[in-house]
Design a protein. Structure first.
Length: 341
């Protein structure tokens, strides 16, 4: 189909395909910026030419401009855009909690959320003498849905060389990238819930120097100020290590079975059965567990069949835009279809 657009909502003529019943064009006299007449297709019952005063001409032009500017394609999750967020985080360097690059990563997240119109707050506290900062973006109304990912990286590649930190392109940056792209594409008018994008800190230094796992998500779960009873409709979905180019997303045993089944059903509907695999494989201690322990249905979307986990090889070349897009599209469809309970 050939389309004609009113470029930039300010060109001199708008052309529409014949037979549509819309004006063939709106012509403006040189230097006036106002329509001198509207030509319509024969047989429509509208005068072929409408000659009018300057005020009427301006009203006609305004109507045309508003109509043209109001038309837009719905936003859809873009894997390439998400991958750019992976690369941007890795460009900052290693990002363990308390480091300069870690602080810059949190600022990067906050900046992008605010640019997209999300209400942002932080939770800041100290753990074992190290500053910790969770970042939360909120939008919408209704029962709370928390989408979470950790943004810190492990300070020791102890599966390979403990003296070197982990870059965390997949284990850290991939989940953040999915959430940041959703911040751009989620259709606010289609949401039936208040959506939180939660960026957890201090997840990935467990068993190093006495540190525990999932410090940031534990803190958030313990300090929730929302209704958490099952009837409240609150749920949590965590995305972790979801960017592997050889993606395998199995059902996870510590996740809520019903919510998990719905997400995997959406994956199947979208044609992702080879990557959203409806078989149980792992039981993970991840950022969803502190919420599940408080009685909130929670799911962990994770690909733990990742050979570069906690090694120096967890770099952007191991991450695929297509893998990010599959996870993002499933969450996008789920959120925009989700009905208030």
């Amino acid at each position: 189909m050939r389309r004609f657009y009113l470029a930039g909502c300010g060109s001199a003529a708008r052309r529409t395909p014949p037979g549509t019943g819309a004006a063939s064009f709106v012509r403006t006299p040189p230097g006036t910026g106002a329509a001198s007449f509207v030509r319509t297709p024969p047989g429509t019952g509208v005068a072929s030419f409408v000659r009018a005063s300057p005020v009427v001409r301006m009203i006609v032009l305004a109507i045309v401009l508003l109509t043209a500017c109001g038309e837009r394609e719905p936003l859809v999750f873009d894997g390439e855009a998400a991958y750019a967020h992976v690369q941007a985080q890795c460009d900052l360097g290693f990002r363990p909690t308390g480091s300069e690059a870690w602080r810059a990563t949190g600022d990067y997240i906050i900046s992008h959320l605010e640019q997209r119109g999300w209400t942002v707050e932080t939770q800041e506290f100290t753990y074992r003498g190290t500053p910790v900062r969770n970042v939360i973006g909120r939008v919408g109304e209704g029962p709370v849905v928390i989408l979470g990912a950790h943004y810190d990286t492990r300070r020791s590649a102890d599966q390979e060389d403990p003296s070197v930190p982990v870059m965390g392109a997949n284990d850290g940056a991939s989940g953040v990238a999915v959430l940041l792209e959703l911040a751009r594409t989620l259709e606010r008018e289609a949401l039936h819930n208040q959506v939180w994008l939660a960026f957890f800190d201090a997840e990935d230094n467990g068993h190093l120097d006495g540190w525990e796992w999932c410090i940031g998500s534990k803190y958030m779960a313990e300090h929730l100020e929302i209704a958490i009873a099952p009837a409240s409709g609150a749920v949590v979905v965590v995305v972790d290590m979801v960017g592997d180019a050889s993606q395998q997303l199995y059902l996870e045993r510590n996740s809520d079975a019903a919510l998990q089944a719905r997400l995997w059903e959406i994956g199947a509907t979208l044609g992702y059965t080879e990557t959203f695999i409806s078989e149980y494989r792992w039981a993970m201690m991840d950022d969803h567990v502190p919420f599940a322990q408080r009685g909130i249905p929670a799911v962990d979307i994770i690909d733990f069949d990742y050979p570069y986990w906690h090694t120096t090889q967890d770099t952007p070349d191991k991450v695929s835009a297509e893998s990010l897009e599959r996870v993002g599209r499933v969450l996008e469809v789920w959120l925009e279809e989700k009905q208030e309970k």
